[in-house]
Design a protein around this ligand. Structure first.
Ligand SMILES: [Zn+2]
Ligand SMILES: [Zn+2]
Length: 176
């Protein structure tokens, strides 16, 4: 593990436009957070990328993966997973274009781009499982773990009421 695992030497690519270099880079994640979801502390951040030289820059494309931690938005239990982001960015020499993705000399530092890519893909409202039953609105019990006996399902109540209204409308206007 080198000190700057996401720095790639691109001297060879810059000398020969229209050539490619494939790299697999990995380093430890630094915590980064979006609302209640965060990149797991110390998780491995991995990038499988292809660098392709153009006459005026280098296109970097591929996939970036890391682990994340969060809280289920329904039951508030800890939840985690793996996030994969697709990336495609054009890097240009600093002296030509001083945007975010620029490089100086023959060192390309992909770390800011790699970190930003996974942060953008973090789930904003994760669920511990697709059918998580959540917390009981009456007593706060975790309904995945035990049945507190309260049967409150406002969705069903509302749909039932709508069904009654439609039925009434049909009776009021039998020609429809
Ligand atoms: Zn849950
Ligand atoms: Zn309850």
């Amino acid at each position: 593990v080198t000190a700057r695992p996401f720095v790639v030497n691109v001297a060879e690519l810059l000398r020969r436009p229209a050539t490619q270099k494939t790299v697999h880079l990995s380093g430890r994640s630094e915590p980064g957070q979006v609302v209640d979801t965060a990149v797991s502390a110390g998780a491995l951040l991995e990038a499988d990328l292809v660098l392709e030289s153009l006459s005026d820059g280098i296109v970097v494309s591929g996939q970036v993966t890391t682990a994340w931690d969060g809280i289920c938005r329904r039951c508030l239990e800890p939840v985690g997973g793996v996030v994969t982001a697709s990336v495609r960015e054009l890097y240009r020499p600093q002296e030509v274009d001083d945007e975010a993705f620029a490089f100086t000399g023959d060192q390309l530092d992909l770390e800011p781009m790699v970190r930003e890519a996974v942060l953008l893909e973090l789930p904003l409202a994760p669920l511990c499982r697709p059918d998580c039953a959540g917390l009981c609105p009456q007593c706060g019990a975790n309904r995945n773990e035990h049945d507190c006996g309260h049967t409150v399902d406002t969705t069903d109540v509302r749909w039932a009421a709508l069904g009654d209204l439609l039925e009434q409308a049909r009776l009021d206007h039998p020609e429809n």
